[in-house]
Design a protein around this ligand. Structure first.
Ligand code: F6P
Length: 337
């Protein structure tokens, strides 16, 4: 079997009229940056990249050295190609304009350079998540407000998971595809085309230590999952929680499941825990393109109208029927109230 590289895949997508040369370049540049991040992560303590950076990000979270390094790698890689109008990142309060020395393109790139960074120092999978939007027509100096487009407007989304192998999971709006990094050659190779998430699942992912802070419908939903065969769901469920969204979502992409970070009393004032623009939206597009579903518990995630670059949302995503079940618990509770 001849292997298909990311470059070949993207050229074929271009020939099929599904992407243009600019978007193709953008995806290749992001993938190249992810290779550099993968190499840095792989060196671990030998590369001096573990531990805290001694700084905080815009969300008030302590930054790891790899958070800072991954952000720099992505910014630097994307500055000069002429495909972007601006970048926005979890690590920066405001969007980063493209330096005047370089031509500007038509796309806006958002990323979480290193998702799951609490797992870096314990050698558990982490990742990079990215989302691509069009720069609104006529805008030459994009600022935050120009990024505030619903997830349905994304033209591409992807994540890299740096695990036992490095994988790139990509959608340009026509299915979700998985590429594995061939480390010797330095090339991403297509290893799963058109992933389909099973509609049914018996596996859920949630940080159960927050249980006492959850809303009533979430308490009831998880209570019924935990009740197993003897409960209203009539079957046993298994629980998994890596605490890197990329790793948890990748398990769902691979074998189904539901991932949720619901609203809870601790994060209610902020609107949720996970970030809409560069965590929830790209993952929601990837999951929907793989036949799954993604919701806030009360509406389709991709239809949320953003009001801030670093806005947070509740997230339920994965196997379609299970996401629908979780939404049903919320609908019933809201109707009763
Ligand atoms: O937002 C970053 C993140 O690390 C996600 O990758 C992950 O799903 C979640 O936060 C973990 O949250 P907690 O620390 O509550 O388990």
């Amino acid at each position: 079997m001849t292997s298909i590289s990311l470059t070949q895949f993207l050229i074929e997508e271009k020939r099929a009229g599904r992407i243009n040369p600019e978007l193709r370049l953008l995806v290749e540049v992001v993938a190249r940056a992810c290779k550099r991040i993968s190499i840095a992560i792989g060196k671990g303590a030998l590369g001096g990249v573990l531990g805290d950076a001694g700084t905080g990000n815009v969300q008030g979270e302590a930054q790891k050295k790899l958070d800072v390094l991954s952000n720099e790698i992505l910014l630097e890689a994307n500055a000069w190609g002429g495909h972007l109008a601006a970048c926005a990142s979890e690590e920066m309060e405001d969007p980063q304009p493209i330096p005047d020395a370089y031509p500007k393109g038509n796309y806006l790139l958002l990323f979480d350079p290193l998702d799951g960074s609490s797992n870096i120092d314990v050698n558990v999978s982490v990742g990079t998540i990215f989302s691509v939007l069009r720069c609104p027509d006529g805008v030459t100096q994009p600022v935050a407000v120009h990024f505030l487009q619903p997830g349905t407007a994304q033209v591409a989304a992807g994540y890299c998971v740096y695990g036992p192998s490095t994988l790139l999971v990509l959608t340009v709006g026509h299915g979700t595809h998985v590429f594995t990094l061939d480390r010797e050659v330095g090339t991403f190779i297509l290893t799963r085309r058109d992933v389909q998430i099973p509609e049914e699942t018996s596996e859920f992912a949630v940080n159960a230590s927050n249980q006492r802070h959850w809303e009533a419908p979430m308490q009831r939903y998880v209570g019924d999952l935990l009740a197993g065969k003897e409960g209203p769901r009539g079957r046993d469920f298994n629980m998994r929680w890596v605490a890197s969204m990329v790793a948890d979502v990748h398990r769902i992409i691979t074998r189904g499941g539901i991932f949720t970070y619901p609203l809870d009393a601790k994060c209610k004032a902020k609107g949720g825990r996970l970030r809409l623009m560069y965590e929830a939206n790209p993952m929601a597009l990837i999951v929907e393109q793989a036949g799954g579903a993604a919701s806030t518990g009360r509406g389709r995630l991709l239809e949320v109208q953003p009001t801030g670059l670093h806005q947070r949302v509740p997230v339920f995503l994965g196997s379609k029927r299970e996401v629908e079940a979780a939404v049903r618990y919320h609908r019933e509770a809201d109707a009763a109230a």
